[in-house]
Design a protein around this ligand. Sequence first.
Ligand SMILES: [Fe+2]
Length: 253
Amino acid sequence: MIDIHSHILNNIDDGARDLETSLRMCRVALENGINRIVATPHVRTMDNIDDFIRQRDNKIRILREKLTEENIDVEICSGAEVYVDDDIFFANDLTRLTINSSRYLLIEFAFRNLRLRKIYEYLDEVVRMGLVPIIAHPERYEYFQQDYEAVNSLAKNGVLFQLNAASLASLDGRQEFELAYSMAYSGLATFIGTDAHSLVHRSNNLSQMMRFFPADISKRNLEVMLRDGAAAVLADEAVPHLERKEIRKRSGF
Ligand SMILES: [Fe+2]
């Protein structure tokens, strides 16, 4: 499996606190069948992207060396989780922040108080840069939890979504679970990532978590979300097509 969203690098954001933690997270990943991890540290401001890239690439190099030294067969790829707000309209090209130098950019938004029209403006700006946005953990945003039609609208327009495994294992709360489940079941999400920050905070103990995934999500959807979708991104190819159905908020879920 491939983990497309991980704060595996140490001392660059609120992820792994030291190199030893990064290594232990890699061991846990491998034990859980993850052999490729995209390192996606937070980028919260567009001001110093050069510094960020220098620091990130240095951390990746050190971690890769350690992995080789310790015979841990996990591949680390470069990426970022880019926080998008109005600053994006003044940002330089974000091409250097994409996943594995592909066309795909992992982005996140404010967790509440964001209008759908604004989200479309942000997405248009990313597309204008020649990039394909992937919205990280949509199930965690309050406005999507309250308005499934907004998710349907974005999905209909071809927007790609990444769910957190912990949400699907109902570890992150009821609202998160309900939306994550609806999206996974209905083919609206293309990726599941761990969003691991440490050994305990949304750990990458993925196979353990998968035991708690709802059993009625199709095998094909899971294969795409856990592997084939991310494999296409890493290869900078078109992501596999999933049959999409609209989601509906159910009372008494
Ligand atoms: Fe994250």
